[in-house]
Design a protein around this ligand. Structure first.
Ligand SMILES: [Cu+2]
Length: 126
């Protein structure tokens, strides 16, 4: 009987050790993924142009070469984001639709809405 109890205690101790090792192994990558997602979201927030009430906000955005800019339409009517030099043209963006474009070289990008040409904006790539 004494031997059985000793074996049981040893098994319990092994279980405790394995759990203390396995739980951090499982939680580590989850926390890592959460941190990675948070940093991507933070980066995105600075490179988003929103469309509200027929206005691009911010009207002028300065980014580094290689940056992806995302336009998000918050209006309840469609808009189309078009580069003046025809480098890009979005599809018609319905409410909450978005369009992304990566700026591969430096320069000034003037854009407007194809449906409402008085809507204009600018991305300066440095
Ligand atoms: Cu528009």
């Amino acid at each position: 009987m004494r031997i059985l109890i000793t074996h049981f205690r040893a098994a319990a101790a092994r279980f405790a050790i394995s759990r203390s090792v396995i739980v951090p192994m499982l939680i580590g990558p989850i926390i890592g993924a959460m941190l990675a997602a948070a940093s991507v979201a933070a980066q995105d927030a600075t490179n988003v142009v929103t469309i509200d009430n027929f206005t691009f906000t911010p009207p002028e955005l300065t980014v580094a070469v290689g940056t992806t800019v995302k336009w998000v339409n918050h209006d309840d009517i469609p808009h189309v984001v078009v580069n003046k030099d025809k480098a890009f043209r979005s599809k018609a963006l319905d409410t909450d639709d978005s369009f992304s474009y990566t700026f591969a070289s430096a320069g000034t990008c003037d854009y407007f809405c194809a449906l409402h040409p008085h809507m204009v904006g600018k991305v300066i790539v440095k």
